[in-house]
Design a protein around this ligand. Structure first.
Ligand code: FES
Length: 149
């Protein structure tokens, strides 16, 4: 199997152990530090990225699982930060400490890709795996609703 992957539109040949979590490959090797480490156990969502368009927990995804695939991180969601979710996040002043927000946005982007006009219940169901220690949930829900308009 080829040991290459595409991250935010750029091809990379991986020369680390394929068992390295994708999160550490992104952060430590590619220095894409927008994706955060929270729990390392697939429980908090801080490390969420897209793999071939689907939200995954990069802390529990070996980099080898991304070989031949396309990875999108928060840095690649929109080259100029103008994704509707990013605009809505600013408008709603969503972040408090900000640590979980990249993962929140990547999960929300996955939701809107699959369901462009989600109900509040659908937003709640899709986002319940993303934990926010500061409790910004109401603003997150509002921003997603704004972005969906
Ligand atoms: Fe991956 Fe918490 S760091 S889910």
């Amino acid at each position: 199997m080829s040991n290459t992957l595409t991250v935010n539109g750029q091809d990379h040949t991986v020369d680390v152990d394929g068992n390295m979590p994708l999160l550490w490959y992104l952060r430590d090797v590619l220095e894409l530090t927008g994706t955060k480490y929270g729990c390392g156990m697939s429980l908090c969502g801080a490390c969420t990225v897209h793999l071939d368009g689907n939200a995954v927990r990069s802390c529990m995804t070996p980099v080898s699982a991304a070989f031949g695939k396309k990875v999108t991180t928060i840095e690649g969601l929109s080259p100029d930060g103008s994704h509707p979710l990013q605009i809505a996040w600013i408008k709603n002043n969503v972040p408090q400490c900000g640590y979980c927000q990249a993962g929140q946005i990547m999960s929300a982007a996955d939701l809107l890709e699959r369901n462009p006009d989600p109900s509040l219940d659908e937003i709640h169901a899709a986002m319940q795996g993303n934990i926010c220690r500061c409790g910004t949930y109401l603003r997150i829900r509002s921003a997603i609703q704004d972005a969906a308009k």
